[in-house]
Design a protein around this ligand. Structure first.
Ligand SMILES: NC(=O)c1ccc[n+]([C@@H]2O[C@H](COP(=O)([O-])OP(=O)(O)OC[C@H]3O[C@@H](n4cnc5c(N)ncnc54)[C@H](O)[C@@H]3O)[C@@H](O)[C@H]2O)c1
Length: 445
């Protein structure tokens, strides 16, 4: 519910006045590795007319309005008041002190001939010193790290960075998208349960508070929307959800939906809608970027595994379809293999069965580029989170589940992982915000 409008209801649309996107929008990324630098580079190249925003719903997507026969389908960016690419300024934090050009060269996602024409703009993006602790990311180290009296002091230093960036770059608004490495897996603990306990924990240096939680706390304190692209908890704790509500700040997460999991959430809804059974889904892949190296540590992999495994169960609903999905064996493996760098190869072997239980197999060999798939998601999330903030939304933005492997969901609700339901929810939310009827596909609709 928001201002008396129930987003889930069918017929209640009420135009709200969304504040215009005036002035510059600063997009800050904790982490200036492969995903972040590919996002910056692509956006700068698009602004210069050197590339097209392929994969970005905010830039290329259309949205149908009203009856089918009216053929009203504006671009999303013409329908809702998004910030324009020309108004974006990028910044970030990283323990490694390479500027964005050097980091992009090292990440090896984009070829040098694509980076050279934007070299100057990329070199100008220099990492602010990070809140970093090797306890959470074993296979990484760097010199560009903040020192503080305690975790609250570190959070305050981040807040000062945010303010300084905003002032120096003459920004009207900021938004933060976590693009840093995956932190070690952790279950929610007492310190995460309430805002009071969390704030005490910051002062007392509670070991269960990770760097990504410190960034999230700092962002929320400053009223800055925060999206989490990695699978670690970050903003997904009762304390920070409570804080975001209290501060009127939109938050969302977790884990960008790209690669194998994207394929899963495209295929599984299809099997289920045709009532085809599944008894095995084995996914393995090789990748050689720094993300792969970090995920080589079992504790970081555990965060990823939890996020990747959840999707099938929530889409297939084995409790409702026990004959079809109760015996599903689902296995996910990630193998660090340096020669591949960012060009991952993902294999899926899917054992399905049909009429009279006859077995069939599907094999997928997806030669994908992780960061090429992730970059447009970072851009879209930043623009939509800024929109949500101008629309006075607060707390978990479930309508952005479309972008996540493990969507953050209000307490008591199961996440929706089906890509097509997620897309419908996203578009209907935009329609409702703009005073249009949601599309239900009934009658002429
Ligand atoms: N590429 C994809 O398709 C994809 C999909 C889903 C999720 N992700 C997640 O996105 C994140 C980024 O992926 P990537 O490929 O760019 O990884 P990367 O290793 O290239 O970059 C991560 C960067 O974060 C920095 N970092 C680590 N801890 C930090 C901290 N506390 N503060 C600031 N910076 C910190 C590292 O030094 C590194 O430069 C990872 O968590 C990854 O799991 C990526």
């Amino acid at each position: 519910m928001h201002n008396g409008i129930n987003i889930g209801a069918n017929k209640v649309s009420e135009k709200k006045i969304i504040k215009k996107a005036k002035g510059k929008l600063g997009i800050l990324t904790p982490g200036m590795g492969a995903v972040a630098t590919t996002t910056y580079a692509g956006t700068i190249a698009i602004k210069k007319g050197l590339a097209k925003p392929i994969g970005s719903l905010t830039q290329m997507g259309h949205i149908r309005l009203g009856d089918r026969n009216k053929d009203q389908q504006p671009l999303i960016k013409d329908f809702v008041p998004l910030a324009t690419l020309d108004d974006i300024v990028f910044g970030g934090w990283d323990p490694i002190d390479d500027n964005a050009y050097e980091a992009a060269i090292k990440a090896g996602v984009l070829e040098t001939h694509h980076l050279l024409p934007i070299r100057e703009e990329m070199e100008a993006i220099k990492p602010m010193s990070a809140v970093f602790d090797q306890r959470w990311i074993k296979n990484l180290d760097g010199p560009n790290v903040k020192k503080g009296l305690n975790k609250l002091d570190l959070a305050e230093q981040l807040m000062a960075d945010m303010e300084k960036f905003k002032k120096d770059n003459n920004c009207d608004r900021l938004v933060i998208v976590w693009c840093a490495s995956t932190e070690a897996h952790q279950e929610i603990q007492d310190v995460h349960m309430t805002l009071e306990a969390f704030e005490d924990g910051l002062k007392n240096n509670d070991p269960a508070i990770s760097p990504s939680q410190i960034y999230a706390y700092a962002a929320i304190t400053k009223g800055i929307p925060f999206a989490n692209g990695a699978p670690n908890l970050s903003v997904d704790t009762p304390a920070l959800i409570e804080y975001a509500e209290q501060q009127n700040v939109p938050i969302c997460g977790k884990d960008f939906k790209t690669g194998q999991t994207l394929m899963k959430t495209i295929l599984a809804p299809g099997f289920k809608s045709r009532l085809l059974g599944l008894n095995g889904w084995f996914s393995t892949n090789i990748l050689g970027n720094r993300d792969g190296e970090v995920l080589d540590d079992p504790e970081s992999f555990k965060s990823k595994e939890v996020s990747k495994l959840g999707v099938l169960e929530s889409i297939l609903q084995p409790e409702k379809y026990p004959e079809l999905y109760d015996d599903l064996y689902h296995k996910v493996r990630i193998n660090y293999y340096p020669p591949r760098r960012d060009n991952k190869e993902g294999w899926d072997n899917i054992d399905i069965f049909g009429w009279m239980h006859y077995p069939m197999q599907i094999k997928i060999d997806f030669l994908c580029r992780d960061s090429i798939l992730a970059a447009p998601l970072v851009l879209d999330l930043a623009l939509f989170m800024d929109l949500a903030s101008r629309n006075q939304e607060k707390g978990i933005q479930e309508w952005l589940s479309f972008y996540f492997k493990s969507p953050q969901t209000p307490k008591g609700l199961k996440p929706e992982n089906d890509l097509f339901i997620q897309q419908t929810k996203l578009k209907n939310t935009l329609r409702m915000w703009m005073g249009e009827e949601p599309i239900t596909h009934v009658d002429n609709n």
